[in-house]
Design a protein around this ligand. Structure first.
Ligand SMILES: [Zn+2]
Length: 280
């Protein structure tokens, strides 16, 4: 019979190696700014010649070694990023991610057809999803995000990121944007510069929808617009008027819904404003 106790020294040794390894990884030449919490955005920096890997993706670096990393609404409370130095040595950095509690928001009075869509509508919804996904798929070299973001401060906030939503009593996907109530026709200014990757007047849920790429997988989406005043492919300056507030799509009244993505992760615009505030 094998004595199980014999295994303990080996276990201890492996724990020691692991903790030594973790310790080494903490001295990795990595700077992080922003918020390590669900829905957060982090801007990191590594020295020249280093690479950063996250979830098997090599992250895009600016010429100064800066990179973005976004955390979804339900991101795990621990993530790993791997840094590869110029000698091809890999260092694993384990990061703790703070979890958040999200509230429940009940919306009554939206058209019932938007809560229980017909077969024809479902077809349209699927094609809308494909259009939006396509508009966010390219990870470009643009660096507009480095100049920071400014809130499109056009009215009171009536919806926040992450809320679990019930429409006419039916549980639906969470809300991912910040809602600003404002009269139809109110000018919407770009929170940061970028390039238009989608300008569509009538998506099923989001109505007049505009997507701007800020670079490195970071994008803004503006929903329910009554009018879009820029075109697909157009380069946008910070504060440029891009459209007008409306209540198109599934909306109970005129408001702007501003959402942000990092790659396929939906992140909280409020935390982007904290991580990358605009100076002026
Ligand atoms: Zn909204």
């Amino acid at each position: 019979m094998i004595n199980n106790n014999l295994n303990y020294p080996f276990l201890l040794v492996s724990i020691l190696i692991l903790s030594a390894f973790c310790h080494v990884s903490y001295s990795a030449p990595l700077e992080l700014q922003g918020s390590l919490q669900q829905g957060g955005l982090v801007i990191g920096k590594v020295p020249q010649g280093h690479q950063v890997i996250y979830q098997q993706n090599k992250l895009k670096l600016t010429p100064n070694g800066q990179f973005l990393l976004g955390l979804g609404r339900d991101a795990p409370t621990q993530i790993e990023i791997t840094i590869i130095n110029p000698d091809s040595q890999r260092l694993v950095e384990v990061l703790s991610i703070a979890s958040r509690e999200y509230n429940i928001q009940r919306i009554e009075g939206v058209p019932q057809t938007t809560v229980t869509p017909s077969e024809t509508d479902l077809k349209r919804i699927r094609s809308d999803i494909a259009l939006v996904k396509n508009a966010r798929k390219e990870i470009t070299d643009r660096m507009d995000f480095l100049l920071g973001f400014k809130e499109p401060d056009i009215g009171p906030i009536t919806g926040i990121y992450g809320s679990q939503r019930y429409y006419n009593g039916v549980p639906k996907s969470p809300h991912y944007g910040i809602d600003y109530a404002a009269p139809t026709g109110t000018a919407v200014k770009a929170p940061a510069g970028g390039q238009v990757t989608l300008a569509h007047n009538d998506l099923f849920y989001s109505g007049g929808t505009l997507i701007i790429d800020h670079g490195h997988g970071l994008s803004s989406t503006f929903l329910h617009l009554s009018e879009i005043v820029v075109e697909l492919g157009q380069i946008i300056e910070p504060d440029q008027v891009i459209g007008k507030v409306g209540s198109t799509g599934r909306a109970t009244g005129p408001h702007l819904d501003w959402r942000m993505n990092w790659r396929d992760q939906r992140i909280d615009p409020k935390l982007v404003l904290q991580a990358l505030p605009r100076a002026n």
